[in-house]
Design a protein around this ligand. Sequence first.
Ligand code: FAD
Length: 300
Amino acid sequence: MPTDSYEIVILGTGPAGLQAAIHAARAKVSVLVLGRGPKSSLFRAHVENFCCLSKVAGQDLLEEGRRQAEASGAGFLEEDVVETASQDGWYTVKMESGREIRCRALILAMGISRNTLGVPGEKELLGKGVSYCVDCDAGFYKGETVAVAGCESAAVTGALTLMFYASEVHLVCPQLAVSDALADKLRQSDIRLHEGRKVKEIRGETAVKELVLDDGSLLPVAGVFIEQGAKGAIELAATLGVALDPEKFQYVVVDEKQATNLPGVYAAGDICGPPWQVAKAVGEGCVAGLEAAGYVKKLR
Ligand SMILES: Cc1cc2nc3c(=O)[nH]c(=O)nc-3n(C[C@H](O)[C@H](O)[C@H](O)COP(=O)(O)OP(=O)(O)OC[C@H]3O[C@@H](n4cnc5c(N)ncnc54)[C@H](O)[C@@H]3O)c2cc1C
């Protein structure tokens, strides 16, 4: 097989892509993984809820995962894919550099792009009180005052979850956009709703200390959860013809084998929808890797 052809190409070097690479390469098919490690959601995370590892830095997990995948025989290219196409039973991916790679099967593991607030302090204090994941980080705020920024169901359900941990929960929301039932639940709770307000700035030296709202008022908090909803990194999938969830077109639809509607195209991890967790990503990556390997072996 020429060097620009692989049996399987995996888009994404996060936990889903790495686990898929480990299982596929160990099944003795040729595997190339594309993407940049530091762009994984896991890169800056500190994980405490992944089975068998009580506390681990995301970056360490990613580095070890890549070593395992390479030792299993997978190749890596630190490039983003800009185009995907299919022709005559082959898939083609085009990278930023213009280089093209052909493959028989594709595994989409590009994660999600989180909708950020884009306010001063957000980037600087990420992981130091700024979080995009209530399920991951709520436990760090036992007895503290926290805020959620967002107006949709993710924000309201996130705030309700935080009520089990934090002593005080604020919801800062320009215009509530949830079902009546959820709005009722919110109003019956002790969550302090700042409707009609926006977060203008997140302040703190080494950790989040306070939020500046758009009316100039200050909200002292130990943490702020940005829950603007999540957009799947799915444009590449969509242009290839991969089916997306019919409600919001944010996630790739897969069956129990992680197969999409296209033959030989599998997906795993955050791109398939919530919960956005490492445990789910590696589980789905394992299934996708094994299934894709089985698929390409039948084509030999
Ligand atoms: C701050 C933070 C804390 C978190 N804490 C926890 C936690 O405690 N526990 C937990 O279980 N989960 C946690 N998570 C969630 C966890 O990191 C994700 O669920 C997990 O990383 C998803 O894995 P993935 O492989 O699907 O996607 P990602 O890890 O996001 O990887 C996506 C990969 O796709 C690549 N990619 C994207 N576009 C392209 C393209 N066009 N071409 C090629 N490659 C592309 C990226 O470069 C990246 O390598 C946290 C997330 C964040 C942001």
